[in-house]
Ligand binder design. Sequence first.
Ligand code: FAD
Length: 305
Amino acid sequence: MMNKPFEYFAPKSAGEAVSLLKKHGSSARLLAGGQSLVPLMNLGLAAPRQIIDLTRIKKKKDPLSYVTANNDSLMIGSMTTHSEVERSRLIRKHCLILSETAATIADVQVRNRGTIGGSVCHADPAGDYLAPLVAIDAEFRAINSRMKGRTISADKFFRDMFTTALKQDELLTEIRVPRQNRPRRGSAYVKHKYVEGGFAIVGAAAVVSLNKDGSCDRVSVVLSGVRATPLRLGEIEKRFHGKSLDERAIEEAGQLAYEEVREPLSDIHATSDYRREMSRIYTKRAIRLAAARAGARETKKTEEG
Ligand SMILES: Cc1cc2nc3c(=O)[nH]c(=O)nc-3n(C[C@H](O)[C@H](O)[C@H](O)COP(=O)(O)OP(=O)(O)OC[C@H]3O[C@@H](n4cnc5c(N)ncnc54)[C@H](O)[C@@H]3O)c2cc1C
């Protein structure tokens, strides 16, 4: 399909980009890596009249692509590509779950162009970053056309399928994630896909914190691909506080996931029943891996996984 004509803007600063957003209103779209927006335009599912390309924003003066750290958090610029997230030493050291997640996205060509900011703003229910970012309590920094900044927690950022809490004149500038490399804490992201690099049919992110005696202090599990927005499995969080995360507990967690997911999405890729069953299996796999990384005594894998 031929794209409808559009005006092209290449702002040199984030301020210029948000002014253009304000000026052109809802007919304008920001362009980051183009790995979701351009396919939508090619399919005729999006027809912006103005494209505001973020790739020309001056990297030295007004960077949107970076990874830095302070004592508590990592700060990741919204234009950081999936490949950069995958390879960043800081991310590998302090937030392994994110580099692990980036490595599962598509293929190397998509990972070299696609950005973490574009991915969360696109808010595809099957997007890989969504569940891990909610599970690790990430925060999103945005600026508006008056250059006023605000912070939105990951829990509140994803509003609906392909819909976020960002306002029309807002630009996502940064994602902040608490450092994960604490003693006795482990996290993991696992996804069920049909082909290598394919979108998640179900993705499961787990973060496990253990007490000194080896019992569970906190376990967070968030699923993607099952609802319009990432699904936090609250029952699992409540049930295992202070308990041992042995194989019996992990089996129980899988069953809780199955029950909490109830009527997941159904589409040409997978039925509701199938996604429900995969939620059970991948919840167990994510908890098992996160618990092992937190230093839990080895849990034995059942036949089903
Ligand atoms: C073949 C293929 C396979 C893929 N497989 C996967 C996969 O397995 N898992 C997965 O998670 N993803 C997958 N993707 C999607 C890919 O990860 C995209 O890179 C990502 O969804 C969008 O990032 P982008 O930088 O390309 O954003 P763009 O496509 O440029 O933009 C996406 C949307 O976000 C908005 N936006 C972008 N940046 C900002 C910002 N800073 N502030 C506000 N709004 C902004 C844009 O206006 C647009 O609406 C795949 C894509 C392709 C083409």
